[in-house]
Design a protein around this ligand. Sequence first.
Ligand SMILES: CC1=C(CCC(=O)O)c2cc3nc(cc4[nH]c(cc5[nH]c(cc1n2)c(C)c5CCC(=O)O)c(CCC(=O)O)c4C)C(CCC(=O)O)=C3C
Ligand SMILES: [Fe+2]
Length: 349
Amino acid sequence: MTAAASEQFTAVLFHSFGGPDGPEDVRPFLENVTRGRGVPPERLEEVVEHYLHFGGISPINRLNLDMIAALQAELRSRGTDLPIYFGNRNWTPFVADALTALRSDGHRRVLVFPTSAWGGYSGCRQYHEDLAGALAQVDGSSDLLVRKLPQFWDRPGFVAAAAAAVRRALAELGEGAPARLVFTAHSIPLGADRTAGPPEDGGHLYSRQVAGAAQRVADELGVENHDLVWQSRSGPPQVPWLEPDICDHLDALAEEGVGRVVVCPIGFVSDHLEVVWDLDTEARQRAEELGMGYARADTVGTDPAFLAMIADLIEDYADGGGDTSALGCGDNGALCRPGCCQLPPRPTR
Ligand SMILES: CC1=C(CCC(=O)O)c2cc3nc(cc4[nH]c(cc5[nH]c(cc1n2)c(C)c5CCC(=O)O)c(CCC(=O)O)c4C)C(CCC(=O)O)=C3C
Ligand SMILES: [Fe+2]
């Protein structure tokens, strides 16, 4: 084996959030997500109801499997035929099981594609922590090199796929008054946004990246004005989170006389539960009550431009090259930078 060949990564781990596959999974899944996170029981009960509304099945697992199949085909067509394994943070298949499987298949160097484009504790560091925790559970894992790929919020393929989705949503609204373009992403506590990113960069990495991605999509579309709002707020009521919320924002737009909106969930890569509940159910209903035209842009999902972006990223790092100092990149769960994306202290009541 040449030195170069020994540097090759031979497998990909598709690393996602996870979601329940049936009603009996809902509570244990939510316990995994919220363990130690101080989410009040009232909020959890609401979220249980959202899942049960869809039979206890989140679309996220099926959508991830669709993305994996399409990505595998894209890699194969390029002759970069790394097998893709699937592992989640909060539900089966778990990362530890994926690592066990790929190791027993003979892989020792693995590239990790996270389904989060962002920095911050929830969007980045928790994925690193999950990899570290999973490695600790896998027998013989000391011979594994598990390299997480960087945050991809600013990659042209991601931006192009989101822009194409907004174009389709505008077409769906049809002729008429101009529509306001509204981007949404998962809200996080203000404290977590303040500590997002390397400490020396002054924090707020998450909200800065989301704003940057929204700006890039709007620029690509030639749209002069757009709004950025937040969704799916959790946590205790006395803790401040990023605002405004999408539904409050629709109220404010109606006051302004805006008659039509296109909502682009730039914060998520697939139409999972927080998209189909918070946007397609709650926000859509609010828009209807306000007499407002409403179209929700697709998430990037299996858009060919997005899949090509993922494949490019994998090819950039597959031979051991690629920028390993890029934010989000780290080996075996190591943080991008010392003190990066620190978990802010939990509020005391
Ligand atoms: C930044 C961010 C992303 C984007 C980056 C990424 O994609 O990773 C994201 C994605 C997702 N969030 C998801 C689901 C949930 N998030 C929750 C709770 C929380 N999310 C947070 C942040 C984020 N979340 C935070 C700060 C909390 C509070 C608790 C804590 O501090 O950790 C809860 C608990 C109940 C609740 O309180 O809502 C659930 C069920 C699903 C899967 C949905 C499905 O099943 O289809 C996905 C993709
Ligand atoms: Fe980070």
